[in-house]
Design a protein around this ligand. Structure first.
Ligand SMILES: Nc1nc2c(ncn2[C@@H]2O[C@H](COP(=O)(O)OP(=O)(O)OP(=O)(O)O)[C@@H](O)[C@H]2O)c(=O)[nH]1
Ligand SMILES: [Mg+2]
Length: 379
């Protein structure tokens, strides 16, 4: 059963959601290859070719990194060297390599996909350098190719289930969709992302990815580490799932309470890529059907609602510095999946609110102009 009455609540500061920066999943760049160097007509000298620009897929890179390194969003490669008496064959301009995240589709001005950078080190030539001056072009170096390209991060699902092993991620996916993932009481049952689709009565569909369980140290590539976290990057909404009675990986590991699990997940996400915390998130506290679970939930509810409150009690090794700000905190029992509609409704609502907030603020002047042109005539 999913407990809904009086039990779900949103985090304190709902207004903040509309103002915080959003996770970047698309970036437009203007790329221009280097100009070709001039030739030397008297001796038949040939100018160097201008530098080219390449996009190279690299793990652990986010579009925000790309934006930070190219604040003007214009990238221009250096020109080729002019031919001269001392060097008849001018040197080539240096190429520029732009590292982009894995999972990028390169799209041109017309919206056509030019290439997929979906494996590490895959390379895409974004702009060619201009040819150097030679007899064929009257020894005048030619301009490099120039175009506007959009880097689009391909999402694997609208929402991703994030949690430690055994939290009930697969059980939840089974409850909300027709997917039939493997469910078992031992950790790491899920080793590959599994997709499920929530079907709403009005035919809207939202995809949810069940991701492999995370362990402490995943940000440093321990366990499934980066392999897991890179999937999280490619979802729009984070759904964190924790067991109300906490989790212990083995006798050799510390037992972490439910609240500590939330902090630890927060920390892993933060250390992998701080911008992940900007994605909208929902917290599901699972296994509320177990004996004493409701009382336990009532006890920790205030701390979950204000994570900063109990942060000082959190062990240092799992203490995050920047906190997640959950849009919703829902106590559930994924196993007894009655009343699951309440949770799926919340997921839809949060995704819709996030999409709305991501829309650019309309420019009032432009709107007035548009209205004048296309709007109804006022008589
Ligand atoms: N009592 C109770 N048990 C649950 C609930 N949800 C899941 N479980 C049990 O918890 C165990 C782990 O469930 P899974 O859904 O496989 O957990 P997971 O998070 O997908 O685990 P990994 O794939 O290993 O990361 C299973 O034995 C489930 O039956 C719940 O709401 N209540
Ligand atoms: Mg699983």
């Amino acid at each position: 059963m999913v407990f809904t009455t009086n039990l779900f609540f949103s985090s304190g500061n709902r207004i903040r959601r509309h103002f915080r920066p959003h996770f970047l999943d698309s970036l437009r760049l203007q790329v221009t290859g280097g100009h070709g160097g001039s030739g030397f007509p008297r001796y038949g000298g040939i100018g160097g070719q201008g530098g080219c620009i390449y996009f190279i897929a690299k793990e652990g890179y986010s579009l925000r990194n790309v934006k930070k390194l190219n604040t003007t969003k214009r990238i221009k490669a250096p020109p080729g060297e002019d031919s001269s008496k001392v060097r008849l064959l001018g040197r080539r301009g240096n190429d520029i390599q732009v590292h982009v995240p894995v999972g990028i589709t390169v799209i041109d001005e017309n919206g056509s996909a030019l290439g997929d950078l979906n494996v590490e080190n895959k390379t895409f030539k974004a702009a060619s350098g201009g040819p150097g001056g030679c007899s064929g072009n009257s020894f005048i170096g030619q301009p490099g190719q120039s175009r506007t390209l959009t880097l689009d991060l391909k999402l694997i699902a609208d929402a991703g289930l994030v949690g430690f092993p055994n939290a009930g991620k697969s059980t939840f996916l089974k409850a909300i969709s027709r997917a039939r993932p493997k469910i078992a009481s031992y950790p790491f049952t899920t080793i590959k992302p599994q997709l499920g689709i929530i079907q709403y009565t009005d035919h809207r569909q939202i995809s949810v990815a069940d991701l492999p369980g995370l362990i402490e140290g995943a940000h440093a590539n321990i366990g499934m580490g980066h392999k897991f976290l890179k999937h999280v990057e490619r979802t729009r909404l984070l759904i964190l799932i924790v067991d109300i009675f906490g989790f212990q990986l083995s006798q050799m590991h510390k037992k972490r309470s439910c609240l500590e699990n939330v902090y630890a997940l927060n920390r892993e996400l933060e250390l992998y890529d701080e911008t992940l915390l900007e994605k909208p998130s929902i917290l599901l506290v699972n296994k509320l059907d177990l004996q004493g679970a409701r009382e336990e939930f009532e006890k920790i509810k205030p701390s979950l609602n204000r994570l900063e409150k109990s942060l000082s009690d959190c062990p240092e090794e799992i203490r995050p510095t920047k906190l997640l700000d959950f849009e919703r905190i829902l106590p559930i029992s994924a196993q007894e999946n009655t009343d699951i509609d309440q949770v799926t409704t919340q997921i839809r609502e949060v995704l819709d609110l996030a999409a709305e907030a991501a829309l650019e603020e309309p420019n009032p002047e432009q709107l007035t102009l548009q209205n004048r042109e296309y709007g109804p005539k006022v008589v």
